[in-house]
Design a protein around this ligand. Structure first.
Ligand code: 5GP
Ligand code: MN
Length: 325
């Protein structure tokens, strides 16, 4: 941490990025650290490849996040947040790889330490927790409502509202401090969890109907096709959280969500791009399974993308999971 702090003090043009298709932690960490570094009078660019999901557009200063950078911009330092591997930032990785110093700040167990400096804490409940400790160490003020709301939201969402196994003491201690500093928990919860579109609820209905249970009730599988998103007028961001319904079924040890990325009309014989989300009750290390398909994540929550047929993916996953049960 000390080396990172020294380096940051001496750098001037910093680009910060978090993973594409961002969640609350990816956006919250980006805003919190970016705005805190403003106090050092640096030139800071906050970048994310994807549009900001509607649930997070209420975050103060979210408009600071840009989705494109000018070719002429030059940076001496890049800070990559909440990314287990460098490619997670998306298309910009080819530009960022040319920046002299890359700082990698993350909490995923599969993080492959791609930075020149790596601040990885797999016991942290969220990257926002690591950012909080870093800002304290740097003696930067954390009173601004954009920073406090961003840290609170990052921790709230990555711990599944203090329900997931990564929920630790720091989650409560830091969130208490953020509330003391003025964050309104109800206001955050209302925006993040209380404003679903009707389309999202219809998608939930389809997702529930798609659940297949196998292996003596230990594996549940949910499938979402591009057609379902089209029919309900929803976006990929609306899929966030749906897998928890498959995971929370009594006796289920591993839940799988197969999400069709391009429009293959769900035809199982045709190779298509899919994103696979995996959740485990702790019996099976799904980060290891995701890594074997070139993805990653945490022991109990991981994912990967794959181009294959639906039936092939199902078979491969069932074999890989069943062997661990
Ligand atoms: P989700 O299933 O919600 O997309 O992601 C669950 C966890 O797995 C998150 O921590 C996320 O960062 C990680 N993850 C999901 N997809 C990928 C992937 O393609 N590559 C890597 N390295 N991690 C992923
Ligand atoms: Mn995270």
């Amino acid at each position: 941490m000390k080396k990172i702090i020294n380096h940051l003090k001496n750098s001037n043009h910093i680009i910060m990025a978090s993973h594409k298709k961002p969640d609350g932690d990816a956006i919250g960490s980006l805003i919190a650290m970016g705005l805190a570094l403003d106090a050092l009078n640096k030139d800071i660019t906050l970048y994310n490849e994807s549009p900001i999901p509607s649930a997070y557009r209420f975050l103060p200063s979210v408009e600071r996040i840009v989705h494109q950078i000018k070719k002429t911009d030059t940076y001496d330092t890049a800070i990559i947040l909440d990314c287990a591997d460098f490619q997670r930032i998306g298309k910009i990785s080819s530009v960022i790889s040319k920046i002299p110093v890359i700082i990698n700040i993350d909490h995923h167990i599969t993080n492959n330490r791609f930075g020149n400096f790596n601040l990885i804490d797999t016991s942290a409940c969220a990257t926002a927790e690591i950012i909080y400790h870093l800002l304290i160490e740097m003696a930067l003020p954390i009173s601004n409502s954009a920073i406090t709301t961003a840290i609170y939201t990052g921790i709230l969402t990555d711990t599944g509202s203090f329900r997931f196994s990564n929920t630790n003491k720091a989650a409560f201690v830091i969130c208490e401090k953020m509330v003391e500093a003025g964050v309104d928990p109800y206001n955050v919860a209302r925006h993040v969890y209380g404003r679903y579109s009707l389309g999202r609820i219809k998608l939930l209905k389809m997702a529930l109907e798609s659940i297949e249970i196998s292996y003596n009730g230990k594996i549940s599988m949910m499938i979402l096709t591009k057609d379902m998103l089209d029919e309900t007028g929803t976006q990929p961001e609306d899929i966030n959280g749906l897998i928890n319904y498959a995971k929370n079924i009594e006796n289920v040890k591993v839940a799988v969500l197969i999400h069709e990325l391009s429009n293959g009309k769900g035809v199982s014989e045709k190779p298509e791009n899919y994103h696979i989300s995996l959740r485990s009750d702790g019996t099976v290390d799904v980060a290891a399974i995701a890594s074997s398909f070139s993805g990653g994540g945490h022991n109990r929550a991981a994912g990967f993308s794959i181009e294959s047929t639906l039936s092939n993916i199902k078979t491969q996953l069932l074999i890989n999971i069943a062997i661990e049960l």
